[in-house]
Design a protein around this ligand. Sequence first.
Ligand SMILES: Cc1cc2nc3c(=O)[nH]c(=O)nc-3n(C[C@H](O)[C@H](O)[C@H](O)COP(=O)(O)OP(=O)(O)OC[C@H]3O[C@@H](n4cnc5c(N)ncnc54)[C@H](O)[C@@H]3O)c2cc1C
Length: 392
Amino acid sequence: MEFDLPDHHRLLQRTVRDFAEQEIAPVAEELDRTHAFPYEIVRRLGELDLMGIPFPEEYGGAGSDSLAYALVVEELTRVDSSVAITLCAHTSLGTQPIYLFGDDEQKQEWLPLLCRGERLGAFGLTEPEAGSDAGNTRTRAALEDGEWVINGAKQFITNAGTHISGMVVITAVTGTGRGGDGRGGERTPGEREISNLIVPNGTRGYEPGEPYRKMGWNASDTRPLSFSDCRVPEENLLGRRGAGLRQFLHVLDIGRIGVAAMGVGLAQGALDQALAYARERRAFGRPISKFQAIQSKLANLATEIEATRLLVHKAAYLKDAGRYFTLTAAQAKLKSGRLAVRAADEAVQIHGGYGYIEEYPVCRFYRDAKILTIGEGTDEVQELVIARALGA
Ligand SMILES: Cc1cc2nc3c(=O)[nH]c(=O)nc-3n(C[C@H](O)[C@H](O)[C@H](O)COP(=O)(O)OP(=O)(O)OC[C@H]3O[C@@H](n4cnc5c(N)ncnc54)[C@H](O)[C@@H]3O)c2cc1C
C-alpha cells in the first residue's frame, strides 16, 4: 500500500493550491455576491492545462488520471465551489461522454476546444419529471430526413448558458418498445429507447433559459434548457442508438469521484478557515482554540476529512486501474457530501456571529455545501447504489 502521492501529483496539488489562493480567493466573494460567471478564471484554468485533466494529450488534454483530477477539484473547492463545479461539470459531465462514446469525428471536433477551455461542455440529463428517476426522460428525438428533431426540456443544467458554452450532451427518447432497433441498438421489448445526442449552442430551436436564483454556487451557470423542433444532424448521435441509459450511468459514476472531491475540498477549506479564526479570536482572555469544545470540533473534522479523502483517492485509484469503482465512488460521494455540510456548519459555529456575515468565506461555504448531498445523485440514491452493490 502506498499512501504518499507521486511527485508529479504533489507538484500539481501545490500549483493549484497557489493558484486558488492567489487568483481565486481574492475575487470569490465578489463573484458570488454579483452572481458573475468566472470567465477570467476559466481562461486561466485552460492556460494551466486544467480543463481536460484526464483526457489524452492528442486531444489537447493533460493526459493525466482521476487522482490528479480529484486533487485539483479538492484544491479549487477548498477556496471556491462555483469555480470547482464549473470545472467538474465541464470535465466529468460535458467532455467525458464525448471522449468515452464519441466517434473520431466528434472527438476531433469537440475535445481540443473543450480540453483547452475555449468552450465549455454540459450534460443535460435532469428534467422536470426525471431527476433521481433519470430514465423517465420525456425529451424526444425523432429521426426525419437525416436529422434528429428534438422536443422537450431539461432543468438544472450546469455550464449550458455561458458565452463560451459549446454544446450540451442530452438524453432523449429515440424510440419505444418494439424490441431491437435493427442497428444493434439496445432496446428491450417494452422499454423506451434512450440515446444521447450532442446539441451545439446556437442550434436553432435550442434555448438555454434564464439562470436560476440559487442558494449557493452563485458564480456557476445553472439553467433550464428548452428544445423546440430543434434539428441536429443524424451524426450527432453519441455512440450507439439506445445505449443512452448505460452511457449516462457510467458518466455519473465517474462524475461522483469529482463531486466527492468537492466535498472533501469544501470541508478542508471550512476547517482551515475555522482553525485560523479560532487561533485569532479571543474570549475569556484566551484564544477560543484553547477551549476544549472548539478543539473537539476541529479534531473531529480533521479526522473525518482525512478518512473521506482516502475514500475519494481509493475510488480514483480503482478507476485508474480499470477496476470496478461504482461502489467506492458512491460511498465517497455519500460520505463527503454529508461531511461538507457538517464541516461548513461547524465552521460557522466556530466563527460565532461573524460566520453569519458574508465577508467571511465560511458563510459562502455554508450555502455552497448543501447541494453536495443532492447533485450528481442524492444521498438517498447513493444509498440505493451502495445497497445494490452489497447485494441487498
Ligand atoms: C445547482 C444544480 C446543478 C445541477 N447540475 C446538473 C447538470 O449539470 N446536469 C444534470 O443533468 N442535472 C443537474 N442537476 C440536477 C441534479 O442532479 C438533480 O437535482 C438531482 O439528481 C435530484 O433530482 P431532483 O431534483 O429531480 O429530485 P427528485 O429525484 O425529485 O428527489 C426528491 C427527493 O426524493 C428522493 N428520492 C427520489 N427517488 C428516491 C428513491 N428511489 N428512494 C429514496 N428516495 C428517493 C431524493 O433523494 C430526494 O430527497 C443540478 C442540480 C442543481 C440544484
